[in-house]
Design a protein around this ligand. Structure first.
Ligand code: GTP
Ligand code: ZN
Length: 211
């Protein structure tokens, strides 16, 4: 169960004008590991009941270089556009490269994928679970921002259960519609059919009518 022991340091809050809109940026650092995470905030989210939030796991290849092998870069851009057009929301950018296995290992999985393994098989072949992520740090950051309920921008049900296991209430899932390309089609099919990602629905799903 989530406890309020703070294992994270919050840094200075500064303005970050971007091509998607104007945000405030706050860095966070885990005390134990030194790992750094980035939060972008738009609007007075601490006063909203359930602000729009995107929890995004780092993907250097997709987010920085525009790789077509995954949907990460486009999901991040769409989330920022969504928050900008709503006028408020939060991006929590977590250092969880390669679904938590790190860059070196993710690239090893890419090598295995070039040899014909899918994204799950490649992780397992290296001795990892298909997804090694945990959302404790995300929950802690959200708590520090005064956010205990939110609308989550995601297609991944594991993120919802992961956050809820640490006491964050996900009142709605807001899907991100991504169109596949020849380089990520197999990856997206695997996410949809073997990892439970909800890639075909188009409407926001209200998960919580009675709270
Ligand atoms: N191990 C591994 N990680 C990958 C691969 N392709 C992308 N990733 C990582 O997968 C993660 C995707 O992060 P997100 O986009 O936040 O999460 P998601 O599980 O796709 O869920 P939503 O985007 O919220 O729908 C990032 O950490 C990427 O680095 C791959 O083939 N193997
Ligand atoms: Zn990616």
């Amino acid at each position: 169960m989530y406890t309020k022991t703070t294992s994270i340091i919050q840094g200075e809050c500064v303005k970050l004008p971007t091509k998607y809109g104007h945000f405030m940026l706050v860095p966070f650092q885990e005390k134990k590991t030194g790992e750094e995470h980035i939060v972008l905030i738009k609007g007075a989210v601490e006063t909203e009941h359930a602000p729009l939030v995107r929890i995004h796991s780092a993907c250097a290849t997709g987010d920085l270089f525009g790789s077509l092998k995954c949907d990460c870069g486009e999901q991040l851009a769409q989330s920022m556009r969504m928050i900008e057009s709503k006028g408020s929301g939060v991006i929590v950018y977590l250092q969880q490269e390669g679904r938590g296995i790190g860059l070196m290992n993710k690239i090893k999985t890419y090598k295995l994928q070039e040899e014909g393994f899918d994204t799950i098989e490649a992780n397992v072949k290296l001795g990892f679970a298909p997804d090694e992520r945990d959302y404790y740090v995300a929950a802690e950051i959200l708590n520090m921002l005064g956010i205990t309920a939110l609308k989550l921008v995601t297609n991944n049900p594991d993120k919802i259960t992961g956050l809820e296991s640490y006491g964050i209430q996900v009142v709605e899932r807001v899907p991100i519609i991504i169109h596949s390309n020849p380089f990520n089609k197999h990856y997206l099919d695997t996410k949809e059919h073997h990892m439970g990602h909800l890639l075909s629905e188009e409407k926001p799903v209200n998960l919580c009518h009675d709270h």
